[in-house]
Design a protein. Structure first.
Lengths: 245, 221
């Protein structure tokens, strides 16, 4: 293996520019975090909405929401990225389409965030549904018998428990969002993977580049994991949910 | 709007897409077979009483599971030529990468599978004088496989979707073929929609079959 190591590469200037490679990596990290957090918010809102609706007694609504989940789960994320980026603008009304294609600020970022947000929302919806259905039937009967309306039963009885139950799978889903955000490189978001490819080509120090980027992904995963486990501890209902772990 | 789309482009591009699909399909099958074999070995390693083996196996699994697949693909594409001393091409690199990467995910499933087999089964095996490998091969693993079959297949569907990520190193899979065809006929939008429909139909059909299977197996238990 004849590889020319150069651990000082991070502080060197890029070819034909004033920036250092480190500044590329930092930009990448910022975009990765921005895409991941924004799409996580979209995913949580939509995922909880769709997941809750799937457990409603209304058959039609539940079926529509099932279709939503199946649609996003059965197409590869990369293909979805291309659909949102290349095909979606064409389907919009003419004026809006032109605006999206030419003037929309941070086009790549917005597209990637919407795409990843909806993709993740389908997976969260699945877990919310499972969480709600794992509760004993008696819970919702009790709520309704107390005179709560259906929305109130969900708001005060079912969802508070369901959310706590699904925090562990949500944690791994949150970590997945960071991993999946790497796919956004394909539509030109300047996130970590994009920077990794760019820095590798520019500096020809592939191993050092990928090591740094991999490490940054690790840090993202670790921080999300700790944050979620902090939330899990804070929201635990004493005596109700097994204090395993 | 939709009216400006020209969907007649699908027909001439079919043969081209077929070669791309064959690669995606082959990659999925090879990575599934290799992944399940190595994954099972990794799971046995993780559950082994040999401490170093357990540590190494779990470190490997955790490492693979915490890095984005795209990065793993890039890593292998970079590192394999450095080790072997000559470039091996995107396609072969993809096969090695996916086998190694999926092994980590399959191993988690197999670990759960092995743990789902009741203790008495393994003990009975040992009491009958079976060696570790006989016990695993004849008693524990067949049951573990059976219990985990639906989940192994679900993982394979995810694997099939993930193969589209070989885009990062330019291997010619279904998605790449569609993209090239789209460029050749100057109809990229139609080809993206077409390829999305193909993926959806295949994955949806497969996951419906797996769901049925799941119900069937669940009853036997």
């Amino acid at each position: 293996m004849n590889y020319h190591w150069n651990w000082g590469i991070y502080l060197e200037k890029i070819k034909g520019g004033e920036e250092t490679y480190l500044s590329w990596l930092i930009t990448g990290l910022q975009w990765t975090v921005a895409v991941s957090l924004c799409s996580w918010i979209i995913a949580l809102v939509l995922g909880f909405l769709v997941g809750t609706l799937r457990t409603m007694p209304r058959r039609g609504v539940a079926r529509l929401c099932n279709a939503y989940v199946e649609l996003f789960r059965n197409i590869p994320l990369l293909v979805q990225m291309f659909l949102w980026f290349f095909v979606m603008p064409e389907l919009l009304p003419r004026n809006l389409s032109l605006w999206v294609k030419q003037e929309m600020p941070a086009k790549e970022f917005v597209t990637a965030t919407i795409c990843l947000g909806l993709f993740t929302s389908a997976r969260i919806a699945e877990q919310v549904r499972a969480g709600i259905q794992s509760l004993p039937r008696g819970q919702s009967y009790a709520g309704l018998a107390m005179g709560f309306t259906l929305p109130q039963t969900y708001r005060y009885v079912l969802l508070p428990m369901a959310i706590r139950i699904i925090i562990p799978p949500l944690t791994s889903e949150f970590m997945n969002v960071f991993k999946n955000s790497s796919v956004a490189f394909a539509i030109g978001v300047l996130e970590l993977t994009f920077q990794a490819r760019q820095m590798q080509e520019d500096s020809e120090q592939g191993i050092e580049t990928y090591l740094a980027v991999t490490l940054l992904y690790f840090v993202c995963a670790f921080v999300t994991n700790r944050a979620m486990s902090w939330i899990e501890k804070r929201t635990r209902v004493p005596g109700l949910i097994s204090t395993a772990k | 709007m939709l009216s400006q789309f020209d969907f007649s482009v699908f027909k001439p591009s079919l043969t081209f897409l077929w070669t791309g699909f064959l690669f995606s399909g082959n990659l999925t099958l090879i990575a599934m077979t290799g992944g399940i074999v190595f994954g099972t070995l990794l799971a046995m390693g993780r559950l082994s009483s040999l401490r170093p083996l357990a540590v190494i196996a779990s470190a490997y699994v955790n490492l693979m599971r915490s890095i984005p697949l795209v990065m793993v693909i890039l890593w292998f594409f970079l590192v394999i030529p450095l080790i072997t001393g000559k470039p091996i091409g995107a396609e072969r690199s993809a096969i090695i990468t996916f086998t190694a990467f999926e092994a980590a995910y399959y191993s988690e499933i197999m670990r759960a599978g092995i743990q789902s087999v009741s203790r008495g089964q393994a003990m009975a095996g040992y009491a009958l004088g079976m060696t570790y490998w006989q016990n695993m091969g004849l008693v524990v693993l067949p049951q573990a496989f059976r219990n985990m079959l639906p989940i192994l297949l679900t993982q394979t569907i995810i694997l099939f979707q993930d193969t589209s990520l070989v885009y990062a190193i330019g291997a010619k899979d279904l998605l790449k073929a569609a993209e090239i065809a789209g460029k050749n006929y100057n109809r990229p939008m139609e080809m993206y929609i077409f390829v999305a429909v193909i993926y959806f139909v295949l994955c949806f059909a497969l996951s419906t079959i797996v769901k049925r299977l799941h119900k069937k197996i669940a009853v036997v238990q």
